[in-house]
Design a protein around this ligand. Structure first.
Ligand SMILES: Nc1ncnc2c1ncn2[C@@H]1O[C@H](COP(=O)(O)OP(=O)(O)OP(=O)(O)O)[C@@H](O)[C@H]1O
Ligand SMILES: [Mg+2]
Length: 341
């Protein structure tokens, strides 16, 4: 079957910034595919190239077998795009805004009216459709953006960080809607820097970092590839460092323990990687008890997508975001200094 999306060796530079470097991935028809990556990773750039809003410097992009570069109009008909940030005209009502969008898509007026009513019902927007969009909350606005992206019944819906800044409940509404859409046959490509969002929604994902794909697969495959379960334990709520070090030495001697790290910022708790499948919790408890170190708390979990990210890049996604933020701050500071000098 022809994939819904093919991105092959895509590159895009902004001046000297290599926003996207040789990215390749395929999205199969009917899948929810996630693009996960920290701020500045190249998610929006990739999506803008796919949706014909930016011109790649190299590579191929296809939607349903059609080359986006050679046939942009035909590709656009197949694609719905929900942008990361939308500047809504605040004085129009939701329904008026959808009508305006429908005209941009050249939908005949009679058809547009029915389609708009259908989408308003589908996204539970009846109570809001005839109010000015300036009065909408973030969650309602996002639902209107989704409706706008779906007006022309695209085969593929592309969403750029659709739940950023939304509260948990609004986020769940968007997730549920995307699952419903998938059941009805639409392919979904979603970018996010929320690990739990991609974990919950995506059939497959690609992790991108500094403009490159660093891992690709189903969430389960990627977690299995990292290997080992995680165990978090505390001797006390806040253990003295000597006590944590003593526990670390004891635990490192156990045959199923692969790695022990003392987490100083979490009250000297201990993070362990253990061989998957071993019945390790009772053995850990017994070993520490025998040495006079009773356990305050103990929990085992499978690797998370954050562990996948950590294994691929050597830092957590959160640390990558912080690094990106501070580099942005530095750049802004430099610019300001240059202006004032
Ligand atoms: N129009 C532009 N001009 C110059 N540089 C740009 C432009 N758009 C993006 N970039 C740069 O390209 C890189 C990738 O940006 P992009 O917006 O694709 O990342 P992102 O993964 O979508 O990040 P975020 O999570 O913050 O939305 C960044 O270094 C960014 O600063
Ligand atoms: Mg972005």
């Amino acid at each position: 079957m022809t994939p819904a999306i093919v991105i092959d060796s895509l590159s895009k530079n902004y001046g000297t910034v290599e926003a996207v470097r040789n990215i390749s991935f395929k999205v199969q028809s009917g899948e929810i595919f996630g693009l996960l990556g920290p701020n500045g990773a190249g998610k929006t750039t990739t999506i803008r190239c796919l949706c014909t809003l930016a011109k790649p410097d190299g590579g191929k992009i296809e939607v349903g077998g059609i080359s986006v570069l050679d046939h942009p109009k035909a590709a656009r008909r197949r694609l719905g795009y929900v942008a990361q940030e939308v500047a809504l005209d605040k004085v129009l009502t939701g329904r008026e805004l959808l009508a305006l969008q429908a005209a941009l898509y050249h939908l005949p007026q009679s058809k547009a009216k029915d389609r708009i009513a259908e989408l308003i019902a589908l996204l539970d927007l009846e109570d809001y459709a005839d109010r000015k969009t300036g009065t909408y909350s973030g969650g309602i606005r996002k639902r209107l953006d989704l409706a706008a992206g779906l007006l022309h019944k695209p085969e593929v819906l592309v969403l750029d960080e659709p739940t950023v800044g939304l509260d948990i409940e609004s986020r769940f509404i968007v997730w549920e809607f995307l699952r419903k859409l998938q059941k009805a046959g639409t392919t979904v490509l979603i970018t996010s820097h929320y690990l739990e969002e991609i974990d919950a929604l995506a059939d497959r994902l690609a992790i991108i970092d500094h403009g490159q794909v660093i891992a690709e697969g189903t969430p389960s495959q990627l977690k299995d590839r990292v290997g080992g379960d995680r165990v978090t334990l505390r001797i006390q709520e806040f253990s003295p460092i000597e006590e944590a070090q003593q526990a670390k030495s004891l635990l490192e001697a156990l045959p199923f323990v692969e790695e022990v790290i003392i987490n100083h910022s979490q009250g000297n708790s201990l993070n362990l990687v253990v061989t998957t499948g071993s019945n390790c919790l009772s053995k850990i408890e017994q070993s520490l008890m025998e040495s006079g170190l009773p356990i305050f708390s103990l929990a085992q979990s499978r690797p998370s997508l954050d562990d996948v990210y950590l294994a691929a890049t050597g830092q957590t996604l959160m640390d990558a975001e912080l690094a990106a933020a501070s580099s942005r701050d530095l750049k802004a500071e430099k610019k300001q200094q240059m202006k004032s000098s």
